[in-house]
Design a binder for this molecule. Sequence first.
Ligand SMILES: [Zn+2]
Length: 200
Amino acid sequence: MNLNQLKDEMVQVIKSYHLKGWSPATSTNYSFKDEDGQIWVSRSGIDKSQMTTEDFMSVNTDGEASPEYTGVKPSAETVIHCVIYELFPDVRFILHSHGVFPVMLSSILTNELIVQGYEIQKGFEGVDTHEVKCIIPILQNNQEMSYFKQELAYKKTQLNHGCFIIKRHGTYAWGSSLAEAKRHLETLDYICQCEFLTNN
Ligand SMILES: [Zn+2]
């Protein structure tokens, strides 16, 4: 798939997620790696209902704008994307959501979400039955990107289901394909809804 097709597919997903209420007030960010391994990330401050293919910019592995995008600001959370790509070299797509249910659920949990007994947990990488226990890490929120760099590296082995939650902030999910990244994000959001509604 060429670069324009990748951007097009991402824009469609981003707009569909906006319609779910997952990206209010210009929040959330998205990225992908093109066929040459170049990282493309959404620009800062874009209203996701108006997102276009022009709203992606290329960055280096530290999250700094490529020379052709000098002066354009990448999303404030670009470093989180770069860290995920560094930790998991097979990942090509990263999606972020500010869905209400993960935000609400994370405010009543501490360091992890324990998932067991749901059919939909088979949407997570490596899970083929509702009977296993899946643990999804919950990180604290922080405006310092160095915190996420450290914390994600430290928790790498617990990131085996292709996603995590940031407390009172949202979710990140990834995959080697866009379909896989979507599956992880949507599985996590659905489980967060079920868990929150069961307990509240
Ligand atoms: Zn966010």
